[in-house]
Design a protein around this ligand. Structure first.
Ligand code: PMP
Length: 367
């Protein structure tokens, strides 16, 4: 059996020890004679799995007690709709930082549902190569919250600071963050946020699970008519079990949390590994003259590294040869082309070293 290096942007690489553990337990979970997939979500076995996963996540991210953790379905994209539904119950507008394709989708969904939207700052004029600075952010007077995308997965643009969300009169509003492609890549101060959410299929686990971390005071403020399954209050009260949750994805996420705690040693250690991987790849790109990445250095993502070849005619050859060398899924997003290497937690440093060696070899032969 060979496991290649997988640079996919999502669903992304999972840690091999996690998959091995899942394989060991697949047919017979801890002597119960059945698979986790075949258990009732209300069985003591599954409830223990669910509680353990939440406790481990809380420990990893140091989530304060006044936050609830929800394990949901629908992907990060459903949160684009659930956020205004849950947070605009008392009126006001949804404010956004526009930093690229994912921020834009969040804005478009709020507009699609008919909610008032205000773009408080945008990096569109600079081609999304650097994030708006704090002093460029101007909320509307009626802002109910400020939404931003910590890491633009397609653009490879990442915030290097946590924005402050203040209306012109100085009053603070909840900060809402899409952390789909950066959660668990390093420590964060959860207390700065009203809501953090993430699709699981990058750093958390397999597709089909969505994490929402929401401060208690933001429960119970949904607009009237919000479906029960979209209502944070109802979901929190039911322990994310209003209906059948994505049990196997929840279990696998729990195994990833265990791996982060015990094999990696927590999120400080993970951040150091990730910084090393990203440093290796960006240095190779900057030193080459053949590969390039346009993002302002402080805003370069450590998770998603887009780059282009000086000669686009070589794109197909680059991808085909990389694939043959066991370096998978380097093709950039269909909307932007070029290449993208996603360096999520489960991509080992050895994989980045192999990629950099391949890139150098390709440049010397074909560049
Ligand atoms: N936000 C970001 C930053 C993403 O990268 C993605 C998926 N790539 C999404 C939202 C949408 O996630 P999902 O497919 O889980 O709806």
């Amino acid at each position: 059996m060979t496991r290649h290096y997988n640079f996919c942007a999502g669903p992304a690489a999972l840690p091999t020890p996690v998959l091995e553990r899942a394989r060991e337990e697949l047919l017979d979970y801890q002597g119960r004679g059945l698979s986790v997939m075949e258990m009732s979500h209300r069985s003591p076995e599954f409830v223990a799995i669910a509680e353990r996963a939440e406790a481990d996540l809380r420990e990893l991210l140091a989530i304060p007690d006044d936050y609830r953790v929800l394990f949901l379905q629908g992907g990060a994209s459903l949160q684009f709709a659930m956020l205004p539904m849950n947070l605009l119950g008392s009126g006001g507008s949804a404010n956004f930082l526009h930093t690229g394709i994912w921020a834009k989708k969040a804005i478009a969904e709020a507009e699609h549902l008919g909610y008032p939207v205000h773009v408080a700052a945008s990096s569109e004029s600079n081609g999304h190569v650097r994030v708006p600075r704090q002093e460029e952010i101007v909320l509307s007077a009626d802002a109910a919250y400020l939404h931003y995308t910590a890491n633009e997965t397609i653009g490879g643009l990442a915030f290097d600071y946590v924005p402050q969300a203040r209306r012109p009169d100085g009053s603070e509003v909840p900060l809402v963050c899409d952390m789909s492609s950066s959660i668990l890549s390093g420590p964060i101060d959860v207390s700065r946020f009203g809501v953090i959410y993430a699709g699981a299929q990058k750093n958390v686990g397999p597709a089909g699970l969505t994490l929402v971390i929401v401060r208690d005071d933001l429960l119970g403020t949904a607009v009237p008519g919000t479906p029960t399954l979209f209502d944070y209050r109802a979901l929190a009260d039911a322990g994310s079990m209003v209906n059948t949750p994505p049990t196997f994805a929840w279990y696998l996420a729990g195994l990833v949390f265990q791996w982060l705690k015990h094999d990696i040693g927590g999120l400080e250690a993970m951040a150091a590994i990730n910084a090393g991987k990203a440093g290796t790849l960006y240095s190779a790109i900057d030193a080459s003259g053949f590969y390039s990445n346009p993002i302002a250095v402080p805003n370069r993502s450590s998770m998603n590294v887009p780059f282009v070849l000086a000669d686009e005619q070589l794109n197909e050859a680059f991808l085909a040869e990389a694939d043959r060398a066991g370096l998978l899924n380097l093709k950039g997003h269909r909307s932007v082309g070029g290449m993208r290497a996603s360096l999520y937690n489960a991509v080992p440093a050895a994989g980045v070293d192999a990629l950099v060696d391949f890139m150098s070899d390709f440049e010397h032969r074909r560049g």
